[in-house]
Design a binder for this molecule. Structure first.
Ligand SMILES: [Zn+2]
Length: 120
């Protein structure tokens, strides 16, 4: 056991469903997206355009008011111009950013309101 990677142990320990936790992409599903936010206040959200654009991959904390504040028109979060990629670990953020065309696995921008710093 002594050789087990500390990062991996931490990951397993912090997710009670183990390593099966995966990033979730919400498209056309504001209700599901807002529900995910409520269940993962410690998570992160990549706000990306409906059509993948490496120049617009913005990382937020799940608790950031700019990605969930009430009062906006229904469908504003995932049903028009944007998708939301919801992550629960830095590894998922890395994979999600790459999937959006970010070769370095980093967001193009981090939110200036919530200042996300996922394990870096
Ligand atoms: Zn934010």
């Amino acid at each position: 056991m002594a050789s087990v990677c500390r990062t991996q142990m931490k990951l397993e320990h912090s997710h009670d469903r183990g390593l099966t936790a995966r990033m979730q992409v919400f498209v056309g599903d504001d209700r599901g997206y807002l529900d995910w936010l409520a269940r993962h206040p410690e998570g992160w959200v990549l706000n990306v355009r409906m059509h993948a654009d490496p120049n617009y991959v913005v990382l937020h904390r799940a608790t950031c008011p700019t990605i969930s504040r009430p009062g906006v028109r229904a469908g504003a979060w995932t049903e028009r111009s944007y998708r939301k990629v919801c992550c629960t670990s830095p590894e998922e953020i890395d994979a999600a950013a790459r999937a959006e065309g970010r070769a370095d696995g980093r967001p193009s921008k981090t939110c200036g309101i919530c200042h996300p710093q996922p394990g870096r």
